[in-house]
Design a protein around this ligand. Sequence first.
Ligand code: UTP
Length: 289
Amino acid sequence: MKITKAVIPAAGFGTRFLPFTRSVPKEMIPLVDKPVIQYVIEEAAAAGITDILIVISSGKGAIQEHFIPGGPLEERLAATGKTAELAELQQIDNLARIHYVYQKELKGLGHALMQAERFAESDPFAVLLGDTVLYSGSKPVTAQLCEAFERTQSPVVALEEVPAEKVSRYGIAGLAESDGNLHKLSDLVEKPSAETAPSRLAIASRYVFTPDIFAELAQTKPGKGGEIQLTDAMKSLLQKRTFYGLQFDGKRYDIGNKLEFLKSTVEFGLRRPEFKEAFSAYLRELIKD
Ligand code: UTP
């Protein structure tokens, strides 16, 4: 079965990126000239996804504004012959059908996903965190996950190897058996110590779920800070069915973290052909001082 639906949780407070997030959603932070959520939606669309549900909350109106098609700006660009700029905006309008749902109380990622139950109906669907960009020089990561789902017909989560000293920040996968970079999961452990971690493979912000995740979410008790943890629901689903982890080809940028944002800005700047030469010359000069 092909995946045509995706859910993008984007309702969180973004406290790690204050004061910016007091008025602007962190999903609207730009990397060079595009907001993070546009990269995320482009990744979903590149995997063949046609319908995207964005989970939002109050104060997230800028996300909706960004995806309103047409309007006076496009008319002006057309009238003044700015065809390249117009084409770029129209390309955004044509990425996918975008839907919205409100998460009224911010009770965590698991709770955000619960808002998507009606949208998913009986279909499998992808989940992409709205504040995280995954760069891949080969195939977009959601497409890699969808292919793994099509092969296995089982839920699959993106995994990224992290250094031992960082495993205590992430949900870490235990592996039962492996076929290349696709691993059958035996366990998921939230923020283990380096000594007790079952591996160094961290859950990395992209998932494909089947609708049975919703029954698990409904039974998941709120954990730390009253939040419903998606990892807890995944852990209980793992007791009932096969669940895979895909060590994807690519790199994760969590833009909700200030240092990661700074690094991402440099790396994405250097990847842009029009800035590469001048920007790298500038950075070399800067390092000399
Ligand atoms: P984070 O845990 O990074 O988001 O969730 P946060 O709570 O906004 O971040 P901080 O810790 O306060 O800085 C990852 C994604 O899940 C969404 C966020 O918007 C982000 O895109 N999310 C999180 C929700 O949609 N609802 C929630 O209740 C929590």
